[in-house]
Design a protein around this ligand. Structure first.
Ligand SMILES: NC(=O)c1ccc[n+]([C@@H]2O[C@H](COP(=O)([O-])OP(=O)(O)OC[C@H]3O[C@@H](n4cnc5c(N)ncnc54)[C@H](O)[C@@H]3O)[C@@H](O)[C@H]2O)c1
Ligand SMILES: N[C@@H](CCO)C(=O)O
Ligand code: NA
Length: 437
């Protein structure tokens, strides 16, 4: 390793001193020597901004210049690079990134919501002002997902990209499978352990994973993807009973984000999926994330690691800073900015697949005939059917699971609407896609 102690330091202004901001300052301090050697110059935090100056973050920030308003980091002449670690697609985070790029200052951010919703406009600002915008921490935290897709796979035409992109959901689904507990109980445990937020909807309704998928798809296909066109389903509807059936059928349940470029256009969806229990991605458990991609030449790849937490996320933020210090930066989507509008994913109902459908039905003669008549009329072919016996004679309803052959999504949606309307079916049907991984 060579050290370039004569080069001037790269001076950083950090906005947001929460989990990621404080973690980044700690990492920059603990690894200062190796970072100088790798980057060829010192990485030096000179200024910070956060909401509460007095809060104990376990790091000393008293020697750093404090800006009450994060936007002042841009006009601070001692700040070479703005590091945005506030979060949120609007408000101060967006204003700060826009102001910094407009002023020609490089930006590093961990903000997936901002990139997913405004990535197209920010990429243009970055290109117009020759101001690099780096965001490795925004997708799958410490897993080098962005670098892998945008640089490592730059030679190949990618067919699909995605993975397990939300650690909170993966934790909840893993504990449900291992303990047989229901969703609400496991969510409460996850909140008590600090994995899930007090308002966990961004995670458990699939929105956080959809932000990350939107970014990954943009990198994989070289063009921004419209976030509002991505189909999103969360995990609230999955019950303990689905894990019992999945086990019997040889599957595991994972929340997957997958984007595929097909002849019909871009398919991009976050949804719970059944995966063969021995598939590599089905083995990724707990808070871990996995990023998968498939290219024409490279075949399939999978990376597994920690998608959140101070250490892994700080690692990704700091790797971007090393790239800036080295002068190694590339356009946001890996291609020179073009005037093409964002790519929109195909609407729901345009794809095909095999499906698991779990119903709660009355336990009496003719019920199966009613349901299979709907499937026949909708042109949906069954591969298998499972019914668990009622727990006792006083239980009027029993769970029934139908597994289909490959069928069009539109036919499946039609069948579900009609099955839901049958008087013998109680509760809304739960449909889970079957992926081969
Ligand atoms: N926590 C993780 O593991 C993780 C992983 C990957 C990406 N991210 C992303 O990193 C970013 C930061 O996440 P976090 O978990 O550190 O959040 P956090 O809530 O712990 O910290 C946010 C920080 O921003 C500051 N802040 C809020 N409003 C501000 C304002 N108006 N002016 C200045 N400072 C303000 C707060 O004071 C706090 O210091 C988010 O975009 C998040 O999505 C987080
Ligand atoms: N809330 C996210 C971590 C930040 O990306 C998750 O549970 O994976
Ligand atoms: Na990453």
């Amino acid at each position: 390793m060579t050290s370039c102690s004569n080069s001037s330091p790269l001076r950083l202004g950090i906005a947001g001193l929460g989990t990621v901001g404080a973690g980044t300052i700690r990492l920059l301090r603990m690894n200062a020597d190796l970072l100088s050697a790798r980057a060829g110059r010192k990485l030096e935090v000179v200024a910070v901004s956060a909401r509460d100056r007095t809060r104990d973050r376990g790091i000393d920030v008293s020697t750093l210049r404090w800006h009450e308003n994060p936007l002042d980091l841009v006009s601070d002449p001692d700040v070479d690079v703005v590091v945005e670690l506030i979060g949120g697609s609007e408000g101060p985070a967006r204003a700060l990134v826009e102001k910094a790029l407009s002023a020609g200052k490089p930006v590093v951010t961990a903000n997936k919501a901002l990139l997913a919703v405004h990535g197209s406009a920010l990429a243009k600002l970055s290109a117009d002002n020759h101001a690099p915008l780096l965001f490795e921490a925004a997708v799958a935290g410490g897993i080098p997902a962005i670098k892998t897709v945008r640089e490592g796979l730059a030679a190949d035409k990618l067919l699909h990209v995605g993975g397990i992109l939300n650690g909170t959901c993966n934790y909840i689904l893993t504990v449900m499978r291992e303990t047989g507990k229901d969703f609400d109980l496991v969510l409460k445990d996850a909140q008590d352990l600090g994995y899930a937020e007090a308002d966990p909807s961004t995670d458990i309704d699939g929105i956080d994973a959809a932000h990350k998928l939107t970014i990954l798809a943009g990198l994989a296909f070289g063009r921004p993807v419209a976030f509002d066109s991505v189909q999103v389903e969360g995990i609230r509807q999955i019950g303990a009973i689905d894990f019992a059936f999945a086990r019997t059928l040889g599957y595991r349940i994972k929340l997957l984000g997958l984007a595929r470029l097909t002849d019909a256009g871009l398919q991009a969806r976050v949804a719970p999926c059944l995966l063969p229990h021995n598939a590599p991605i089905a083995q990724v458990d707990g808070v871990f994330n996995a990023v998968v991609a498939e290219g024409e030449f490279v075949g399939r790849i999978m990376l597994e690691g920690r998608g959140a937490g101070a250490g892994p996320t700080a690692c990704a933020v700091t790797a971007d800073l090393v790239d800036i210090a080295r002068g190694h930066t590339i356009p946001v989507w890996g291609v020179q900015a073009s005037a093409e509008p964002a790519l929109r994913a195909c609407p729901a109902g345009t794809g095909a697949g095999a499906f698991y459908l779990r119903l709660m039905v009355e336990d009496r003669p003719g019920v199966i005939a009613d349901i299979t008549a709907v499937l026949r009329d909708c042109g949906v072919s069954l591969r298998s059917m499972l019914q668990h016996p009622a727990e006792n004679e006083t239980t009027p309803y029993v769970p029934l699971v139908l597994v289909t052959h490959q069928t069009s999504e539109a036919a499946m949606q039609d069948a579900i609407t009609k099955i839901d309307a049958l008087s013998v079916v109680t509760d809304s049907p739960v449909m889970i896609r079957i992926e081969t991984a």
